[in-house]
Design a protein. Structure first.
Length: 419
């Protein structure tokens, strides 16, 4: 039997799916990428490092902030540039805003309809108008954070190597803090709504990988850890994870010790759940999960938990920076020199990694970008291969609907993967 889905809608980028099943045994399982390679790394080589954050954030329209921040951090590490604590906090707040608005989009408007067997999303909004409004309000909160600090929501202008071009407006930051209480309440209501959804009971053991930092739910920085004992600095990422270029594929897959692994919200929750903010911790406790939790469908509820955490954490950090001297976040002078640097930041879909080499005049000699979807694509395919026998007896359209739901629960970003 051949199973083929020509196009999977409601995810970033274009992809289909194909599987071959013989007498109930899945012989092959493959995400078919329907986009050409974009060669962004090649475009960056030979350009001045100041161009890199501007170009790199064009890799994705949903998560440009994390590409911007990770590229900037890798350049700063290559040049030995030290930035202020105020700069680090503002950057972290921006990434929390990125996570909030990306997760809110995926949770309600991309994934939810799958679990109500609703094909037309307008019918979903008509059926749950109040929940749709809450999802929009939450997303707007995250977007406002990015706009106030970065200058605009898509492809921010204000952040650069060494700091920020201008400090954010204090009154605008205060308005965000003031609105955070109401937005948090709306997120809790939306979270309770998502708790009532009956997600499929599926589990396959895998390795979870994410950033980790002492005393903090790591988003902006930290070491790389896994549930199988890995604990390394970001600089050693490429020594421990292997990129594979398969024939006729435009995506470089990534393995750890020859095996697939999982990143993203469910990995972060499994590894860092004891560092969640209070309301997020309460919400996670209410799910009554047993850990480790290996059900990829639960990535949806893990994202909901992170939305609650990110609202709490962003409000806390903004209150902190309002009591700081934000002039310290303005870009300071630094020396251009030859160097090599690596950096990682948690994107909504998982750990994003950059490694940049710069020559003495400031031009990029080499850059390697490893995106979240490239890292978890093989894990997704292996999960689907084990899931298919459970749904193989369903009618074609019903089986296809279940598989689309499975793939969308992972929240892949094909545009990032073919960078």
């Amino acid at each position: 039997m051949q199973i083929k889905i020509n196009h999977i809608a409601k995810m970033e980028g274009h992809a289909g799916f194909m599987a071959s099943v013989l007498q109930g045994d899945v012989k092959s399982s493959k995400i078919e990428v329907q986009e050409g390679i974009r060669l962004i790394e090649g475009v960056l080589i030979g350009r001045h490092f100041k161009d890199m954050p501007v170009v790199a954030q064009r890799i994705c329209g949903i998560c440009p902030v994390v590409h911007n921040l990770t590229s900037i951090k890798s350049i700063e590490n290559a040049l030995g540039v030290q930035v202020s604590e105020e700069t680090k906090k503002l950057r972290e707040i921006m990434e929390l805003g990125q996570i909030i608005h990306s997760h809110a989009l995926h949770l309600f408007f991309l994934s939810l309809a799958d679990f109500f067997d609703i094909e037309n999303d307008l019918k979903l909004v008509e059926k749950y108008p109040e929940m749709a409004k809450k999802a929009m309000r939450i997303r707007e909160y995250g977007m406002e954070i990015i706009k106030v600090i970065g200058g605009r929501v898509i492809h921010p202008l204000n952040n650069e190597v060494g700091g920020f071009k201008k400090i954010p407006n204090a009154d605008a930051l205060k308005k965000i803090v003031f609105s955070s209480k109401e937005v948090l309440e709306e997120a809790m209501v939306l979270g309770n709504f998502f708790k009532k959804i009956k997600l499929p009971d599926f589990s396959r053991e895998t390795e979870y990988v994410s950033l980790s930092k002492s005393g903090k739910y790591a988003i902006y920085d930290g070491d790389i850890i896994s549930n199988q004992g890995l604990h390394i600095p970001v600089l050693n990422f490429e020594n421990n994870f292997q990129e594979l270029q398969k024939q006729k594929e435009v995506i470089k897959r990534v393995e750890h010790n020859g095996k697939s692994y999982m990143i993203g919200a469910i990995a972060r929750i499994n590894l860092n759940r004891n560092k969640l903010r209070p309301e997020a911790h309460k919400y996670l406790e209410s799910l009554k999960w047993k850990f480790p939790n290996y059900n990829p469908f639960n990535n949806i509820l893990a994202q909901m938990t992170e939305v609650i955490h990110a609202i709490e954490e962003s409000s806390y950090l903004i209150r902190q920076v309002l009591h700081c001297n934000l002039e310290n976040s303005l870009t300071k002078s630094y020396e251009t020199k030859e160097g090599s640097g690596a950096a990682a930041v948690e994107a909504p879909r998982g750990t994003l990694y950059y490694h940049t080499e710069i020559d003495a005049k400031g031009y990029i000699k080499n850059v390697n970008i490893i995106t979240p979807t490239a890292q978890f694509l093989s894990n997704l395919e292996e999960d689907i291969a084990e899931y298919i026998p459970r749904i193989i007896k369903l009618k074609g359209k019903d089986r296809e609907r279940k598989m689309r739901a499975f793939i969308r629960a992972y929240d892949p970003c094909i545009s990032c993967a073919v960078h």
